[in-house]
Design a protein around this ligand. Sequence first.
Ligand code: 5GP
Ligand code: MN
Length: 345
Amino acid sequence: MLTKVIDQSKIDHFAKWLERADKIVIVAHVAPDGDAVGSSLGLWHFLNTQDKDATVIVPNAFPDFLKWMPGSKDILLYDRYKEFADKLIAEADVICCLDFNAISRIDAMADAVLASPARKILVDHHLNPEDFCRIIISHPEISSTSELVFRLICRMGYFSDITKEGAECIYTGMMTDTGGFTYNSNNREIYFIISELLSKGIDKDDIYRKVYNTYSESRLRLMGHVLSQMKVYPDHRAALITLTKKEQGNFNYIRGDSEGFVNIPLSIKNVVFSCFLREDTEKPMIKVSLRSVGSFPCNRLATEFFNGGGHLNASGGEFYGTLEEAKKVLELALEKFKPLLNAKG
Ligand code: 5GP
Ligand code: MN
């Protein structure tokens, strides 16, 4: 049995909305990851079983390794089909905002979503949700939005309507937001849920291979190159990897090729904090990705130094300046956080 994580009043409220709603739009954050796509499609498959007219809209493209997901071809990309998407958003009865806590995380879609008269619900696990939805289901203690979607569907009494396809999407989000159940994954109820998803016929081993073992040769060579340039800060128990635009060109970089790189330095003994700085190809900025193990709050470092945020062990931000400048800022941050980086636990 699962603990009742979501307030009963919110479950009842949403169930009431669904009874009356026909057109439903599901939106997730920019540069959608496995949990954004997984939770959105998990909910989408469920709504289809209820004969709702549901559409998933995301601000821009998601990585190739998620394209096998059932329903992914029906996801509408806002940056390509803005007019159609704007119409759906404006005419929706309900908009479900999944896997983001701040309206700015849906980029160019923000205005349309804010302006829509639709009833809005937020289902998310990031800290400090902004107040732009009538129903706010926000649980930072839960490791993925996909898990929250599973809990929401079940608590409304519809476990039996979760299809194999929906279960595959929910599983994918739970798996990717925990690094294949290697962090934020000690809650035993996760494994109860996995057991329930397996009862729907999903092949979890196959999902793992489809997500993690379908990269190109050039990505693997890029990984080798990036790691060979890695800088380790033993006194700070930290490591830094970087990727310039030039290097991206040399290795035929495509979006998503550096996904997961930031986790690799954490496999060094005694390294508890990893930073990945990548020159963005579209905006004049450095994309910052941070990961930690144990109690080091990389979200605090992201907020204080990189205009960002996120979770305790996985956060990020943006830096407007050169890669060298970003590196200097990181080194300042390492000095400031040195006591915490060396704290036990
Ligand atoms: P990633 O390193 O995979 O891009 O991001 C990891 C996590 O950090 C995301 O799930 C999100 O919570 C947070 N994050 C990444 N980039 C940003 C950003 O620019 N701003 C904020 N507030 N959070 C971010
Ligand atoms: Mn998530």
